[in-house]
Design a binder for this molecule. Structure first.
Ligand SMILES: Cc1cc2nc3c(=O)[nH]c(=O)nc-3n(C[C@H](O)[C@H](O)[C@H](O)COP(=O)(O)O)c2cc1C
Length: 192
């Protein structure tokens, strides 16, 4: 199976980088073909310009390249830390530019049609806030609506799991990280 794994975290020792490394390693061990898009390392430009938005000029090369990876993939995974109850602007800009109208979705009359149907999706996120806070404030539900539904599902991608790792910070023990990484590897093995 072909995968595109997109992740956004600028810091080398971050949880999300460890998570992405383990996830990709597990997929490869299971015989999958994986294309990794490390957005900060690539220096991806996340800014959607007026010209690009107009749809009149040919799509920039970087967007065409990313769209080919997504088009060719059977599964698309996003890994990112929660920043301001959302995704880092870097990844949001990737979605703005790469999941463009006509490529990832389009209108059929009054209905939105997802054009990436038949693909599986997976989301891995992390937060400093504990689950109790995320549930009480409605943020956890907001992640599901804005990420699983309004991006993946709207584009026709079936989210097989959204793994969220809460309560991460300087107090987090190595044992806890090992357990989290184990869950990520298990999910990679079980879903694909
Ligand atoms: C700009 C910024 C905004 C953040 N916003 C939130 C937030 O809204 N909710 C939250 O729980 N954690 C927030 N955090 C904390 C990160 O989610 C947390 O550090 C990360 O998930 C776990 O560690 P890592 O950076 O090693 O991957 C924020 C961190 C940064 C840098």
């Amino acid at each position: 199976m072909k995968h595109v794994v997109v992740f956004a975290h600028p810091r080398s020792g971050s949880f999300i980088r460890q998570a992405a490394g383990a996830y990709v390693d597990e997929l490869e061990q299971c015989g999958h073909e994986v294309v990794v898009r490390d957005l900060y390392d690539m220096g991806f430009n996340p800014v959607l310009s007026a010209e690009e938005m107009s749809g009149k000029a040919p799509l920039p090369e970087d967007v065409q390249r990313e769209q080919k990876f997504v088009r060719d993939a059977h599964a698309i995974t996003f890994l990112f830390p929660i920043w301001w109850a959302s995704m880092p602007a870097m990844l949001k800009g990737y979605v703005d530019r790469v999941f463009s109208y006509g490529f990832a979705w389009e209108m059929r009359g009054e209905t939105i049609e997802g054009k990436l149907r038949g693909r599986k999706g997976m989301i891995v996120t992390s937060s400093a806030a504990p689950m109790s806070y995320l549930e009480a404030t409605g943020e956890l539900r907001a992640f599901a609506v804005t990420q699983d539904f309004a991006i993946m599902d709207v584009c026709g991608i079936h989210v097989v799991e959204h793994l969220h790792f809460d309560d991460l910070g300087s107090q987090t023990t190595a044992e806890r990280i090992d357990e989290d990484i184990h869950r990520i590897r298990k999910a990679a093995r079980e879903h694909f």
